[in-house]
Design a protein around this ligand. Structure first.
Ligand SMILES: N[C@@H](CCC(=O)N[C@@H](CS)C(=O)NCC(=O)O)C(=O)O
Length: 212
């Protein structure tokens, strides 16, 4: 039994659910975190002292940190495309997966997504949002230089890096914001949206996260 702890509206939970499904692994997902709570109990903190979702119970292991979980699943269950065994093939795409987590995510989520989502209807958007959108355009322009013109970061099919990178693109393209001119990035995202597992696990409404 594989158990994924985490609410369906968490992008980091979505990344793990999408990966499990692409790899053909069935799992049970428990609603934890956000309005569901349950991530501050002694039992949960014993699994992840950060109190964050996702947590994955698999193969007798308890894992947290979404991208580390994706790398574990890819290394253990992925084929040569999903997890290239040659470090010289893996590192050039892994650098983008790492960069998304360290650079793109903070620009997207901290700088733009949460300021918009946390503003109550009728209230003015925070002044800091303008700077956040400029910064996000800058990092999206950098991503445009690395995104494949055809297929995926894995080549003709997806690999572990697509899971990490692609997950955040739903919110990036769904938000009503001005975006960088990035036709390759847009086309890559459109290809992801055609994948049933991406549509099921990543293209999830975030309306319940909005301030009321
Ligand atoms: N770096 C961690 C971040 C985990 C994280 O920030 N999780 C958020 C949801 S996306 C969380 O647990 N927030 C508290 C909550 O949902 O109650 C990862 O990638 O797994």
């Amino acid at each position: 039994m594989i158990t994924l702890h985490g609410r369906a509206t968490s992008s980091n939970v979505q990344m793990v659910a999408w990966t499990l499904t692409e790899l053909g692994l069935s799992f049970e997902r428990l609603d934890v975190g956000g309005a569901f709570g349950g991530n501050d109990t002694p039992e949960f903190l014993a699994m992840n002292p950060n109190g964050y979702v996702p947590v994955l119970e698999i193969d007798g292991l308890i894992l947290w940190e979404s991208a580390a979980i994706v790398r574990y699943l890819a290394a253990k269950y992925g084929d040569e495309t999903f997890w290239p065994s040659d470090p010289a093939k893996r590192a050039p795409v892994d650098k983008w997966a790492e960069w998304i987590k360290t650079t793109f995510v903070s620009a997207l989520l901290t700088g733009v997504f949460w300021p918009i989502i946390s503003t109550k209807p009728g209230e003015p958007l925070p002044a800091s949002l303008d700077d956040g959108i400029v910064k996000l355009k800058d990092v999206a322009a950098i991503l445009e230089t690395g995104v494949p013109a055809e297929g995926y970061f894995g080549g003709a099919d997806v690999c572990f890096a697509d899971m990490v990178i692609g997950t955040y693109l739903f919110r990036y393209f769904d938000l009503p914001i001005e975006r960088a001119e990035a036709p390759k990035l847009r086309a890559y995202y459109e290809r992801l949206t055609k994948r049933p597992a991406y549509a099921e696990h990543v293209m999830v409404s975030y309306d319940t996260l909005r301030a009321k």
